[in-house]
Each structure stands twice: as structure tokens, then as C-alpha cells.
Design a protein around this ligand. Structure first.
Ligand SMILES: C[S@@+](CC[C@H](N)C(=O)[O-])C[C@H]1O[C@@H](n2cnc3c(N)ncnc32)[C@H](O)[C@@H]1O
Length: 279
């Protein structure tokens, strides 16, 4: 299910209330309220199909936080968050209050909510949101908001967190990544996380595969990839320690007790993660 020969659909035009959207479903997984009945209905079904989905979404969100803090520790103070979603918890500009941040999403509710948050928090000229399909790197990188907020002569951390499984094989993921990399200064980072079943127990693998099938009926069909394919996307980057690992193994910083009844190990096999540095 790698999506070879398949394109993800075009960017949504307006708010679509007939089909669930991954931005709003993910918001529901995280306990947010920026979702509609159609998204909640899908989310409830997903939760029954694969009961680890909510903790998995939360552990992905926590990984994003660890990456942002690690980038700051390396002196990177600029972030380009591609497929930033509905910012329910732990947004980059909140984790990194002094940083410059551009959010990019193509889902209208995600964009509207980001605009509201940035306005309310008076993020000013140090953070902005671009409504765009990140499969068009030139549009994103040349957008006036991107140019105003980010300084491309200095390192930028590009975040592709839990978004590439919504990009089809025919959309050419390595080509998209390359076109971002070409425009980045040395020392920049690319951070990505992606759903997988490689090391999953049979029951979990079957459940998440069935869930990926269900996403075919949403605005955002999803594809699973294996470690070899995910790793190949970092060609041309130096891998940052600890390399390509399950995201719970990427620089864990504290025991995260979010779901007290859950074995922390249970979510481990379902995501690959990695950070590459531009040399
Ligand atoms: C599962 S959410 C992930 C949100 C956030 N990156 C995180 O990990 O917490 C996926 C987001 O990617 C967005 N997305 C998917 N494909 C996209 C594309 N081609 N261009 C822009 N946004 C996209 C969706 O609208 C959604 O908000």
C-alpha cells in the first residue's frame, strides 16, 4: 500500500461537510473541537477499528515537540510546518516562543483556526499561515508570507509531521522533498514522521491497514510505507541522531503518561520518524 501510481486528491476548495477531512479528524483524535459531525462519526469508527489511534496521534504530536526543542538546542530558530493541521495543542510558535514560524495547510478550517490563534496571541510578524498545497514547494517557498517571516540564508527546520502518508506515490514524495532541500541553507533540518506496519503485531497491522483503507472515503486517502522507502526520502541529508527510528524512540525526554491504562510500548511500532540535516 505504498501509493505507487496514485495521486492524492487536489486541494479542497471550500469547507467540505460531506466528506471527513484528516485535519478535522486528527483534531478530534487530540480532543479538539474544530470538527464536524462527519469527522466525529469517522473518528468514532476509527477508534473502534484501531483503538490505539488517539494515543498514537498524541505521541506523534509529542514527537513534534521534541523535534522543535532539539532544533532550538542546535540554534535553529526558524520553522516551516507543512501540513500543520488544526492547532489544538502544542503549536510550534508556542513551544518556541522566540522563533519565526510559517504554517502551511490546505484545509480551510485548519487555516482559519491558525489565523485566529496567531491573531489572538498577537504572534505579529514572527508567525504566519499560508493556505497552500505543500506538494507545490515553489508556491510555498515564494509566497510573500513565507518570504516575510523566514530568512532563507539561515537554517530552517522543515516539518513534515504525519503528512506524507497523505501524499500518493505518483505525487513523487522524494521529488517534493528535494525541491524544499535545494532552497535550504546548510544546517537546516527536515523532520518527518510516517505511519507504518513494519514491526507491528499482526492484529495491530491488520487494524491500521483497515483504517488506512477507510481513509479512502475521506478527503485524504492514506498510504502506508515501510522503513526502506521512508529512509530513502532522506537521501542527500545527513541523518541526525538517532537516525530513522520509531518515533517513541526518537530522543524520548520524559515518561509520557497520557493514557494510564496503556502500555507505552503498544504505540511504538506504528510510526517511523527521522530528521535529516542539510550539509
Ligand atoms: C494528521 S494532520 C497532521 C498535523 C500536524 N502536522 C501534526 O503532526 O500534528 C495532517 C495535516 O496535513 C494536511 N495536509 C495533507 N496533505 C496536504 C497537502 N498536500 N498540502 C497541505 N496540507 C496537507 C491536512 O489538511 C492536515 O491538516
Amino acid at each position: 500500500m505504498s501509493g505507487d501510481g496514485e495521486h492524492a486528491p487536489e486541494a479542497p476548495g471550500d469547507v467540505d461537510l460531506d466528506k471527513p477531512s484528516t485535519a478535522r479528524i486528527y483534531d478530534w483524535y487530540l480532543g479538539g473541537t474544530n470538527n464536524y459531525a462527519v469527522d466525529r462519526h469517522f473518528g468514532e469508527q476509527a477508534d473502534r477499528q484501531f483503538p490505539l489511534i488517539k494515543p498514537l496521534a498524541m505521541s506523534n504530536r509529542q514527537w513534534l515537540g521534541r523535534v522543535v526543542r532539539a532544533a532550538l538546542a542546535e540554534g535553529i530558530t526558524q520553522f516551516l510546518d507543512l501540513g500543520s493541521g488544526v492547532p489544538t495543542v502544542g503549536n510550534v510558535h508556542e513551544i518556541a516562543p522566540g522563533a519565526r514560524v510559517v504554517y502551511v495547510d490546505y484545509e480551510p478550517v485548519a487555516v482559519a483556526h491558525s489565523e485566529l490563534i496567531l491573531e489572538r496571541q498577537e504572534a505579529g510578524d514572527r508567525a504566519g499561515i499560508v493556505r497552500a498545497d505543500f506538494r507545490d514547494p515553489d508556491y510555498v517557498l515564494d509566497h510573500e508570507t513565507t518570504r516575510e517571516v523566514l530568512d532563507f540564508s539561515k537554517p530552517i527546520c522543515v516539518l513534515m509531521v504525519s503528512v506524507l502518508h497523505f501524499v500518493g506515490g505518483a505525487d513523487n514524495v522524494p521529488g517534493i522533498i528535494r525541491r524544499y532541500r535545494w532552497r535550504l541553507a546548510p544546517g537546516s533540518w527536515l523532520a518527518a514522521s510516517h505511519i507504518t506496519t513494519d514491526d507491528a503485531p499482526a492484529e495491530g497491522a491488520a487494524q491500521i491497514s483497515a483504517l488506512a483503507e477507510s481513509y479512502r472515503d475521506t478527503q485524504n486517502p492514506a498510504w502506508l510505507r515501510d522503513k526502506a522507502e521512508f529512509t530513502s526520502w532522506f537521501d542527500g541529508f545527513e541523518l541526525v541522531e538517532p537516525g530513522i527510528v520509531h518515533l517513541t524512540d526518537w530522543r524520548p525526554d520524559s515518561p509520557e503518561v497520557l493514557f494510564p491504562d496503556l502500555e507505552p510500548e503498544s504505540v511504538r511500532p506504528f510510526y517511523w520518524s527521522g530528521v535529516g540535516r542539510v550539509g
